[in-house]
Design a binder for this molecule. Structure first.
Ligand SMILES: Cc1cc2nc3c(=O)[nH]c(=O)nc-3n(C[C@H](O)[C@H](O)[C@H](O)COP(=O)(O)OP(=O)(O)OC[C@H]3O[C@@H](n4cnc5c(N)ncnc54)[C@H](O)[C@@H]3O)c2cc1C
Length: 293
């Protein structure tokens, strides 16, 4: 199906883009890689009057690493995250997650900012953002503001972004040395989206026990969430198979899992436990190994 007619606008900088969005608010939509927005327009699930193409703004394409923070511009594509040396060194969890997104064509066009702003419950990056304690830098008519990842995803395909704001960059704090991370996922066979996707981070203390544990889960609920019950169960304990299995059993505690044509609520609950266990096991192995993940 063809999309409804729309007007195409290409601002020269962030300020112009924000100004245009502020004037047209709900009638305008930002266009980044187009991998989610264009299909929605073709299905007539979205029919914006204006498309504001930010795809060539150089300010949104920067990657920077300093002593404390990795900063990634919102227009950085999944394929670049998957392959950039800097990201592989500074935050391999992000590279591992990006590599799990869709297929090569989607990863070559889709952007980190587009994926986060779209907030599909089955997307891969949100859980990883929660686990990394990422901060989102956002530009609006009154200047910049920061939204923490945990405050960003508010409902199904809904975020704390206002219609007149642009996600500019994602800031990821540096991890401690004895940290291991992993992202594992159960793919929906046709699209590759996550039926369940679990990001984990484990930092070991000097006594070999889990000092910090963070677990983020995609696909199970309408909104990605931190599995705090899992984290609390494992914190302070040795990361052996029994403790991990005991903690992972709490992956869907307090959550009413989604039910759709791909998986029932019960199945998602069960898979949340299975994939949380696999993710935690891999993160624990990596935390113990010399190479950081
Ligand atoms: C066949 C297929 C398979 C896929 N499989 C997966 C998968 O397995 N896992 C997964 O995570 N994703 C998957 N995706 C989605 C893909 O990751 C998209 O790249 C991503 O969801 C949207 O990024 P985009 O740059 O294309 O954004 P667009 O489609 O351009 O925009 C998406 C939405 O975000 C808004 N937006 C974009 N950038 C910004 C910004 N900087 N500031 C404010 N708002 C903004 C737009 O207005 C729009 O509402 C798949 C997509 C397809 C088509």
């Amino acid at each position: 199906m063809f999309p409804a007619n729309f007007n195409y606008v290409r601002p020269n900088n962030i300020r112009e883009a924000v100004q245009f969005l502020n004037e047209h608010k709900d009638d305008a939509k930002v266009l980044a890689g187009g991998q989610s927005l264009i299909p929605m327009m073709k299905l007539r699930l979205a029919a914006p009057e204006f498309l504001v193409d930010i795809g060539r703004l150089p300010e949104l394409k920067e990657i920077d690493l300093d002593d404390a923070v990795l900063t990634i511009g919102s227009l950085i594509r999944h394929a670049d995250i998957e392959t950039a040396d800097l990201i592989a060194r500074a935050c391999p969890l992000l590279a591992e997650t990006a590599a799990e997104i869709g297929d090569a064509q989607v990863r070559n066009r889709g952007t980190i900012g587009g994926s986060l702003a779209h907030a599909d419950p089955s997307a891969d990056l949100p859980a990883t953002m929660l686990v990394l304690d990422a901060r989102f830098s956002v530009a609006g008519p009154d200047g910049r503001r920061i939204i923490m990842a945990e405050d960003f995803f508010t409902d199904v395909m809904t975020t704390a972004l206002r219609p007149n704001e642009i996600l500019v960059s994602i800031e990821i704090p540096k991890m401690s040395r004895r940290t291991g991370c992993a992202y594992v996922k159960m793919h929906q066979q046709a699209s590759g989206f996550a039926i369940v996707g679990v990001a984990s981070l484990i930092t070991l203390g000097r006594n070999g026990r889990a000092e910090d544990v963070r677990v983020g889960i995609n696909g199970v609920s309408g909104v990605p969430y931190r599995a705090h019950a899992v984290e609390e169960s494992l914190r302070g304990k040795p990361v052996d198979e029994r403790n991990i299995a005991e903690a992972a059993a709490l992956a869907a505690q307090g959550v009413e899992p989604l039910s759709d044509i791909h998986a029932s609520s019960e199945y998602r609950r069960e898979m949340a436990t299975v994939y949380a266990r696999r993710s935690l096991q891999r993160a624990a192995q990596r935390a113990s190994a010399p190479q950081r993940h």
